[in-house]
Structure formats: C-alpha cells, structure tokens
Design a protein around this ligand. Structure first.
Ligand SMILES: NC(=O)c1ccc[n+]([C@@H]2O[C@H](COP(=O)([O-])OP(=O)(O)OC[C@H]3O[C@@H](n4cnc5c(N)ncnc54)[C@H](O)[C@@H]3O)[C@@H](O)[C@H]2O)c1
Length: 253
C-alpha cells in the first residue's frame, strides 16, 4: 500500500480504457481516496462508484472541464469539502486531433492548447494552496513523446506544442513550489492503447509502429499508471522537475 490514507485528484479519468481510469483503480488499490474529475459527469460518477473501497471515506466523481477556470474552482471546492485535503494531483486530461500545420484553425489551436496545457495550470492553481497549507503534495502532469520528437502518431503540431508547454510549466512549478514540499513531475508516454486514437489505428499501422519500439509492443494504460503511482508516492520523495519516458524505447535520448 503506497498511498494509504492519501487523497488523490485525477483529471480525465472517466473513460473506460483510459490512462486516468487505470490510475484511479491503481491508486485506490494502494489505499488512496480518489476524486475523478472529467468533462463527462455521468462516466466520472460511474467510474468513482466502481473503484475498490478504502478505509478513510468514499471516492467521488465530478464534472470538470479543465479548460475552464470556474469549472476547476467549483470542482476543487467540492473535492476539498468532501476530502478536506488533496495530497496528490494528476493532471491527466487531454484531447488530440490529427491535423497538419496548415490545416489548424484558430478554434482547433485554442481548444487543444486549452485542454492539454491551460488545464494543467487551471487545476494546479486551485489545488496548490491546499497542498501548501498542509505541508506539501505531489503533482504529476501528462505530456507526450509528441512534445519531445516533434509529433507522435496521432497528434497534430498544436498537440505537440501544448504537450511541450506542459513540460515547461511543470518544471517552473517544481522550482517555485519545492520549498513548500510540493513536487511536480511529468510523464511522456509513447503510443498507449486507449480510446484517444478512436478507430484510426489499423493493423498495418500498428505493426509498422511496433517495428520502431525496442520493447516490441504498444503501451497499456497500466504502464503509465504505474509511473504515476511512483511519482505520487514517497518512493519519489527526492524527485521533482523530472520527466519520465514511458515509451518502450520508441524515443531514447
Ligand atoms: N494514448 C496515448 O497514446 C497517449 C500518449 C501520450 C499522452 N497521452 C495523454 O494521456 C492523457 C489521457 O489520454 P488517454 O489516452 O487515456 O485517452 P482517453 O480519451 O481515454 O482519456 C481522456 C479523458 O480526458 C477526458 N477529457 C477530455 N477533455 C476534457 C476536459 N476538457 N476536461 C476534463 N476531462 C476531459 C475524457 O472524457 C477522457 O475521460 C491525455 O492527456 C493524452 O493526451 C496519451
């Protein structure tokens, strides 16, 4: 039990095969009380209801659009009313869009940046004061191999830009809030088998992609959840401002 007695907030954790959902399940199985924040309110509630029970209170699922400051503020006030403290924040919510540079509309750019990058700032802003007042906490943020290599497989250049922005924001927050006992780190997954790619991954594409992965398989949601667990727990007590690749060797640098 690595998170016994802790409270964790995870954004984008409602979708059934997603990384956030796998993380919520893993954290609950390690003793954390979990708040699932997702734009899909019904799925968030259902997902929270399916988590294994823990001793110090029930899990909750709430609607939250991470791109919207007031939605984040209201979700945080509900979480803190229910849990009292938030020891762990996983900024996981994200969306992608497979378009090329010349086809990115203003609305595409605004939405991709708002959800993937501004969302990290919005949720961090509403939970950091509570962490600071309670002696610290751990924040882990979702970036992507797409930020590091100039494009993943399904994300457009706006997605790469937003996920690269997450790296800078997280490192700056790590520096700013280290003295308050708040650690901030990032994960950079390669291709993980979830529903974010829709039905766009054909068998041929999949075989082709695997040729470039030394560990010879695509990633699973649980591969990333395990790294979030490491970053959330005291196993990483002396780690902040770090970026952990979870890509099977797709990018070694
Ligand atoms: N799957 C991959 O290959 C991969 C690789 C690198 C990074 N990522 C990142 O991992 C994260 C999780 O993605 P996933 O693959 O599990 O996909 P997913 O689609 O299963 O999960 C994304 C979740 O975010 C929620 N969401 C979307 N917009 C939101 C908003 N505005 N506010 C709150 N919640 C919102 C969705 O409802 C969903 O539950 C994303 O940030 C994604 O960019 C995924």
């Amino acid at each position: 039990m690595l998170l016994k007695g802790k409270s964790a907030v995870i954004s984008g954790a409602a979708s059934k095969r997603g990384i956030g959902r796998a993380t919520a399940e893993l954290f609950a199985s390690h003793g954390a009380r979990v708040a699932i924040l997702d734009i899909d309110a019904d799925q968030a509630k259902a997902a929270a209801g399916d988590l294994p029970p823990v001793g110090h209170g029930g899990h909750i699922g709430l609607r939250c659009d991470v791109a919207d400051r007031s939605s984040c503020a209201s979700a945080a006030s509900d979480v803190l009313a229910a849990f009292g403290t938030a020891n762990i924040l996983i900024n996981n919510a994200g969306i992608t869009q497979p378009v090329k540079t010349l086809d990115i509309s203003d609305a595409d750019w605004q939405r991709i940046v708002a959800v993937n990058m501004t969302g990290v700032l919005n949720l961090s802003q509403v939970f950091i004061p509570n962490m600071r007042d309670n002696g610290g906490g751990s924040i882990a943020c979702m970036s992507s191999v797409s930020a590091q290599r100039g494009g993943g497989i399904f994300g457009g250049p706006h997605y790469s830009a937003a996920k690269a922005g997450v790296l800078g924001l997280a490192k700056a927050m790590a520096r700013e809030f280290g003295p308050n006992g708040i650690r901030v780190n990032c994960v950079t997954p390669g291709l993980i088998q979830t529903d974010i790619t829709g039905d766009k991954l054909s068998a041929d594409m999949r075989a082709d992609i695997i040729k470039g992965i030394p560990l010879n398989r695509l990633g699973d949601a649980g591969d990333v959840a395990n790294i979030y667990l490491f970053l959330a727990s005291d196993l990483s007590a002396y780690v902040t401002g770090a970026v952990i690749d979870v890509n099977g060797g797709m990018l070694i640098h």
